[in-house]
Design a protein around this ligand. Structure first.
Ligand code: AMP
Length: 179
């Protein structure tokens, strides 16, 4: 099993993407490494297991990679939190603010049973807007959401703190300074 320190070295930092001033923390290099991917999923699974997860919810698209892997590791189901217009059934959705404009997430409400303990998994938490919206949406569908796990936290952007204020326990394998 690789250590979190070793996994951190597999994350590629791309300066000025998608716009000047942003340091993009790219997980392509981490998931392309067999032992790295396996170890990363093992590390992510531990807190979800301890939280008593009954299902994992992951946000499109990178949250699908880690979320589905954690669900398989724990032997539980995976709930896709999708971009608008992708699901073929009646959905419930939530609009949330971005730095510029808004975005929207949708789920199939029938994918969740009332009171189900759903743990959120995503690759990275920045401002926390995406994860907060996902938590709110899952709660509206009846889920009990008390835990979120990320590979990467950007603490300077305050997302993890915001999630904790909203009553979620937050775990991240590693942190990077700045945005
Ligand atoms: P936020 O809603 O601000 O927490 O942003 C969450 C999503 O934006 C994450 O799922 C990431 O995939 C992506 N993201 C935001 N900032 C970065 C960054 N610096 N590097 C890589 N991905 C990022």
């Amino acid at each position: 099993m690789m250590t979190v320190e070793e996994l951190r070295a597999l994350v590629r930092t791309v300066p000025d993407f998608p716009e000047p001033g942003i340091q993009f923390r790219d997980i392509t290099t981490l998931i392309g490494h067999g032992a790295g991917l396996k170890s990363c999923v093992a590390h992510l699974s531990q807190p979800a297991r301890n939280a008593g997860a009954e299902a994992i919810a992951g946000m499109e698209a990178r949250g699908f990679i880690f979320g589905a892997a954690v669900a398989i590791e724990l032997g539980i189901g995976f709930i896709p939190v999708r971009k608008p217009g992708k699901l073929p059934v009646e959905t419930i959705g939530i609009d949330y603010a971005l730095e510029y404009g808004t975005d929207r997430l949708e789920i199939d409400p029938l994918a969740i049973s009332t009171g189900q303990n759903v743990v959120i998994v995503d690759d990275l938490i920045a401002t926390g807007g995406t994860a907060l919206a996902a938590a709110e949406l899952l709660r509206r569908a009846g889920a009990s959401v008390s835990h979120a796990g990320f590979v990467i936290d950007l603490p300077d952007l305050g997302g993890a703190a915001k999630l904790r204020e909203a009553g979620l326990q937050v775990d991240a394998l590693m942190a990077f300074d700045g945005d």
